[in-house]
Unconditional design. Sequence first.
Lengths: 685, 685
Amino acid sequence: MHSDKDTIKDVDEGGKGSIAHKLAENMKEISITEFFEKNKQILGFDSRTKSLLMGVKEAVDNSLDACEEADILPDVYVKVEKVNDDDYNVTIEDNGPGIVRKKIPDVFGRLLYGSRFHALRQSRGQQGIGISATVMFGNINTGKPAHIKSKIDGTDAVAWKMDIVIDTKINRPIVTNEQPFTWEGKAHGTRVDYCTKGEYRKGKQSIYEYLKNTAIVNPHAKITFDDPEGKRHTFERATDTLPVKSKEIKPHPQGREVGDLQKMLQLTQQKTLKAFLKNDFSRITDRIAEEILQAAKVTDKKAAAVTREDCVAIVKAIDTVKIMAPQTDCLSPIGETLIKKGLMTVLEGLRPDYYAQPVTRSPRSANGNPFLVEAGIVYGGDIPADSEVSILRIANRVPLLYQPGACAITKAVESMDWRRYGLDQRGGSGKPFGPAIILVHVASTKIPFTSEGKEAIANNEDIHNEIVQALRLCARNLKSHLNKKDKKGKTHAKFEIVQQILPEMASKSAKMLNRPVPDLSRTISKIMNVVWVEPKSSYDGKNKIKKVTYNVYNYTRAERSFRLHAILPREAVNETLLSDRFLNMNDEGKANWEILSVPPFTSVSVSFDLVGSMADTFSESDVYLSGVNSAFVMGADPLPGDWGIKGMEITESDTDVPDEAEEEEEEAAADDDDGKRKGGKEDDE
Amino acid sequence: MHSDKDTIKDVDEGGKGSIAHKLAENMKEISITEFFEKNKQILGFDSRTKSLLMGVKEAVDNSLDACEEADILPDVYVKVEKVNDDDYNVTIEDNGPGIVRKKIPDVFGRLLYGSRFHALRQSRGQQGIGISATVMFGNINTGKPAHIKSKIDGTDAVAWKMDIVIDTKINRPIVTNEQPFTWEGKAHGTRVDYCTKGEYRKGKQSIYEYLKNTAIVNPHAKITFDDPEGKRHTFERATDTLPVKSKEIKPHPQGREVGDLQKMLQLTQQKTLKAFLKNDFSRITDRIAEEILQAAKVTDKKAAAVTREDCVAIVKAIDTVKIMAPQTDCLSPIGETLIKKGLMTVLEGLRPDYYAQPVTRSPRSANGNPFLVEAGIVYGGDIPADSEVSILRIANRVPLLYQPGACAITKAVESMDWRRYGLDQRGGSGKPFGPAIILVHVASTKIPFTSEGKEAIANNEDIHNEIVQALRLCARNLKSHLNKKDKKGKTHAKFEIVQQILPEMASKSAKMLNRPVPDLSRTISKIMNVVWVEPKSSYDGKNKIKKVTYNVYNYTRAERSFRLHAILPREAVNETLLSDRFLNMNDEGKANWEILSVPPFTSVSVSFDLVGSMADTFSESDVYLSGVNSAFVMGADPLPGDWGIKGMEITESDTDVPDEAEEEEEEAAADDDDGKRKGGKEDDE
């Protein structure tokens, strides 16, 4: 017996025995936990080695984010201990603000739960997945729960501890053994202990490597690591200044989709369309809101009355109206000085020859999301010369260790012709070779990672171009250093020959002719014909004092007046220590010294001390000289045009460029790829 | 006024104004829809071009899966139409079993909803994300809903249509305009129409390329594509046989974690631990369950009473007990013949010279998941000779177009030394160069993709090794073809010289000496000293008849007896058509012909016809000869040792290997990299 409704249903949906019905029986919802449990590789937990690293990474990223949000200089402790075979105990403890008791279970025991997902600002974690996934996989691997301890920053706060596992069927935490305790000697902070299957490796892609690189790009953090062999590694902080906190911003109108607008309109507190545009977006003023409505041919109306067609028109109109670029205080760059300082503190043991002046580019926008790129290059010393250049890939201050081939940073490095900058490279593209380390940091409110494991940055044209620009500037600085070193080396060899052979010849001739040995200084000057700048420095690590001296020799035939210029780390300058030849220094640390009337074959010197933790970031070889035709100068660069301060005019006598200098000039021209080499004349002495 | 409880809470959690409390205020749950909306790149929707492709891919994958599950030969129609600027209408229609009315909204309007997530068997889609994400992004882009039509396979079924959007806040479908209709001329099937922002591109990584490659590896599917320029592309099916349906299996005990076991024990229907092991896993018999319990030192107990420690012991014990590899009927390989047929049907226009015999490897297991690898190589013809070899990467019959650099298939190809197999390669690793296309298909119940966009297979040692093995076998076949071609070319040149010059010399000498022109056939035989196999074929595409003839010339000094061998596509063999020299053929199509007592300087021939759609998959140049020392044979390979059927013994006269043959033998040895070249003697004629 069928009711009408049943009959209709049968007609509607065919016989119950149909294949479509059989297929329908198996259809059901999948929980997000089950999804990630089955797709470990998306979160980066696809091998024993990687799992061990990923857990540490997720916990340390969270610790650093929490400390910075609470204006605390991070002090992070990491311990990885082998229990047996492939079982490891992992501990991460921080001095962050702690987590309030009732939020602890969700933070550690629920995927997609967090505070930063909807915030438009730079942070390491964003999705609320990482640490919960670590707890989940540890539990799947070993059946054991994670142990969490946390104490918040209230004056008389009690600490809490509890054991957490995730119920993967419903993505919710299961808490056991919850109890308060007194955490001796701890003002505030969080500690997570968990057990997991893993494999500890050294070298590339190791936990040590990750923590080392983290220390480089987080010079305000102290990180202590007890490795499974019982060895302690300590990365001291290189600065006591916290990075400028990134601010949360409203979405920028550019790059929005029709559906985004519709969704925002449903949720808006604003009454009218115009008020919505003005108040729910950044960079929209009254006037611009007006312009957008005009261009879209939409009259202002109640927010609730806006149609899909209106939204389509507004999205189109936004592209035609001039709107300021997204503001950029949502980003927190490391900064040029701190990149150098971070590299120096951590790479100390490698003793590189040269730290090229790091570059922090101005922020740009990619798909409406602000981003900026920073780059640094380290060269020479103990860095292996005959292998591929190492690339430190950093995203929002987090080092990336896996999937280099899929990453926009690697692709940008490989797209450049590094032979122009003094590195080896087969065929002018691909990985460069040589004793160098390249660091690239991409900071953004939204890094487009290729997967949730955050292993590589997806290729985006705007990001690619900015990386290339930053690297070029950095590489030019390296090239100029290498040129200077090369030229100086050659001239030095000539110098030694002239200074050895000429006096010997003179003394022999004088002896044979029975006449007094002549004064050769003018002759030697004539042959060398150069103003020689010789930087020297010594560093007292204990007292953090760097003593710098520039000896300037006038090996030319004329009297010389000139200025010396250098960019000093401002924090390290004690102005009373600057010598009396000192002229002035601006806010950026650009300092100038004036040296007048140096007679031929005499020398003068400029000395100063730098003090404090930034003292060692100064490279004395980055020095500039004005007032003398650069063709006569050895050991210093000509003052760059964008210096902002006028150097000294070149004096009359320099217009008479000597033969030797002419040759030098040609070399310089050849370096720029735009000069043809003329036959150099032999010196007639 | 505080209650006791309130006071405790305050003490527990510190002052309400603490930073920890401020941070806690922002913590909330994120819906999976919002997560993917913000992380488009994980699903592959990160650019306009890619979005357009991804939508088509997700819909077509679903159509093919549905048809195969319902034993229907797929007939899929795809239309991409430009509306304006970057707006496109996309349509995908199939002849699948249809979807029951009440399931349509969830299938198209809810992420993580589907029927295949928990099933251990090979399928294209698995997570229930792809098509819903396509609907979601289309809606975000344009504000428009997707239009779905579906009719199921009941005899008097009415078709249903409806509009669907996703409520991203809660991950649920919103349905409008739902109504029944009569779908004229349609027995069953589903059609989805949606509008999206996109950019249509041709060439690599295009929709055309994806559909073309899909047709190659799904030779049972017919695919019709109307492109935005109004051009129709039809990929006809190459076979009317559906692939063997993959079966769902129980999980294999190897590769399980402690947590997996605990979870399975919670859900099991079994009463005891032993029954659980035996019935909830594959490959565990009564005896093996017993062995596992013994090795784990756990006595059988109630399933509910099993502890974490028991699970730890059982996981360890599983590795010590011998258990059969996972069964493999959960996989559905394409098969060697159909790979060739698929390539031929689709690459017809390229007219390659040679289709190397494809290889289907036996299934293996990676982390407890069965997988198998298939490979094919196509060579020569109109394939560009001076560029990188194209690699067709296929996973579970779905072509992969993006992220080649991150993919295990690319890495395996680049790890091999292709110079050994006749392709160019700088330095013996990296991308090979030459006129070739390499196809690799990885089939598994669980492909470890690097991201949910399913663009690349994550690197896994077992999978890597199997890909390399499959490629080596395939490449050896290519190399042998190239060797044969090369040798034949050289011998052919010699033949022509001998046959032109000798008779001319003989006739001139005879004239000068005034004597009759001698018979040179024996002399020529002596110089050539070879059994020459000349394959010829013609193909009648209309009637699908391939006529094959082998002419075998005995250019040696002795009478010869031998057997000819070839592997025929069994479906194409009409045994009555085999010539009277035919001896036998086995189930694999390995066929043998016997040819006795061929006098010197005479020839014999073997002819047969192949009929039907598989006829053209036979390469006549893949022919083998036994009974003659291979050093005397030109144009056929020696019978491989693993042929399974005995060839003819080599007769006495062949032990007297002539000079010329000796030289050939050395060449063959040199090809194997293990022979040293001796000084070849000059022929004394």
